[in-house]
Unconditional design. Structure first.
Length: 130
């Protein structure tokens, strides 16, 4: 977990702060090297998950295009067939609701609750004694 300094000078944890919704919709990732086709499979006001072959690396800046929208974002995690992006500027809840209205099967995921995360404590590694 990393921290950033807010404009008021306080430290904040970078954690999911808005509800995310799972569905499937065609999307494109525009990279400096070209356009990659994928599926938008998770959306919130702060970011999205894209299912895609050969996802871009963590830290890449991309433009995500879906439906009639496009947003610049940064890849914050990457897996074998998917990646997660954080929007440079959060999108409005009206956009999320509009997109959700286009899909019949919606599964709401939990919002990360950072109140139960102990700060300043190291996690034990699997297999480590004691």
């Amino acid at each position: 977990m990393s921290f950033y300094k807010a404009e008021d000078g306080s430290l904040n944890a970078e954690r999911r702060s808005s509800a995310r919704f799972r569905f499937s919709m065609p999307a494109e990732l525009h990279l400096p090297g070209g356009v990659r086709q994928g599926l938008l499979s998770d959306l919130s006001e702060g970011g999205a998950k894209i299912t895609i072959d050969n996802p871009p690396g963590k830290g890449a800046t991309v433009k995500l295009c879906w439906s009639r929208y496009e947003e610049f974002c940064r890849v914050i995690w990457t897996g074998d067939k998917s990646c997660g992006v954080k929007f440079e500027r959060a999108i409005s809840s009206a956009i999320v609701l509009e997109i959700l209205g286009q899909d019949e099967e919606i599964i709401s995921g939990p919002v990360a609750d950072h109140s139960n995360i102990p700060l300043g404590r190291k996690r034990r590694r699997l297999g480590a004694g004691g």
